[in-house]
Design a binder for this molecule. Structure first.
Ligand code: PMP
Length: 288
């Protein structure tokens, strides 16, 4: 449990870390956020996360109360105050307190929340033996309706798919877009391997431009593995050699079953394991 929370311009006790019931972040999901890892006392890819946060805010015409340098300082202070060397940071910017109407511009100042805590998304044995997923029947938000690059507080589309996963006794669901192509998982990006080549859907298919996705693509290319961004079909997921997901909380996790079809030999494949290892080394500041 976090001992101090950053709220707006200062650190406060958790009991004092409260926002109004009239905050449009609560009333409408009007706001943006980031999830960021701390490894060995270093904030992982902070510049990339802050860039995505400021761009998400700009896209919805939300002003963040401080600049990136001040925000970096606030993040560092929050980590120190909670004694975190390996953990997770949740950075949230809400539209702020307004009236019951939708209009965002009547809201007073945006609010800034930084929570530093520990995290384990999936049990360790899932990383060793791989994870099962299902195909969600919930279609991913149309990318022209809500640009997938905006990491907003509106996660209902993903939550509907997550409910389908949990109802089926698995922890993740693959979401397809309006054309039937693979978009992403509810909180992770999708990768498959076929004949030694890695494939991942383009952002335009309706995927968040994942920071882990970018790092893993780079690590794979540095290993001499070809990575292709193109639309993927459900059939291609069913017949691939390897399948893995990437995300800040999940890191790199192998998928060994989708909709009852075993992937490869039913264990995380060699490229998945290599990239997981390289990712761990890179994240912990050892050369990959
Ligand atoms: N897609 C969605 C919908 C996400 O919420 C996330 C973050 N959990 C990702 C993909 C992965 O992005 P990142 O690697 O930046 O965490």
């Amino acid at each position: 449990m976090a001992s101090k929370i950053w709220l707006d311009d200062t650190l406060v006790d958790p009991a004092d870390a409260v926002v109004s019931v009239f905050d449009h972040g609560l009333l409408y999901g009007d706001g943006v956020f980031e999830g960021i890892r701390v490894y060995n006392g270093r904030v992982f890819e902070l510049a990339a996360h802050l860039k995505r946060l400021y761009e998400s805010a700009r896209a919805i015409r939300l002003t963040i109360r401080m600049d990136a340098a001040q925000l970096t300082d606030a993040v560092e202070q929050t980590i120190r105050a909670n004694g975190i060397t390996d953990g997770y940071i949740r950075l949230v910017v809400t539209r702020g307190t307004g009236t019951l109407g939708l209009g965002p511009f009547g809201c007073k100042e945006s609010r800034l929340i930084i929570i530093a805590d520990r995290i384990q998304l999936y049990p360790e044995e899932m990383y060793v033996h791989g994870m099962k997923v299902i195909s969600a029947s919930t279609t991913r938000n149309h990318p022209l309706a809500l640009p997938p690059q905006i990491k907003s507080l509106n996660y209902l589309n993903n939550i509907l798919a997550k409910i389908e996963a949990l109802d089926s006794g698995v922890m993740e669901a693959i979401m397809y877009n309006h054309e039937g192509y693979v978009a992403e998982a509810t909180g992770d990006n999708v990768f498959i391997v076929r004949n030694g080549v890695i494939y991942t859907p383009p952002i335009s298919a309706g995927a968040l431009d994942g920071i882990t996705r970018r790092v893993v693509i780079d690590l794979a290319r540095r290993q001499g593995i070809t990575v292709v961004e193109r639309n993927l079909t459900r059939f291609e997921l069913y017949v691939c050699d390897e399948f893995f997901l990437t995300g800040t909380a999940a890191e790199v996790i192998g998928i060994v079953d989708i909709d009852g079809r075993a992937i490869g030999d039913g264990r995380p494949g060699p490229i998945t394991c290599l990239l997981r290892e390289k990712f761990f080394a890179y994240a912990h500041g050892k050369e990959a």
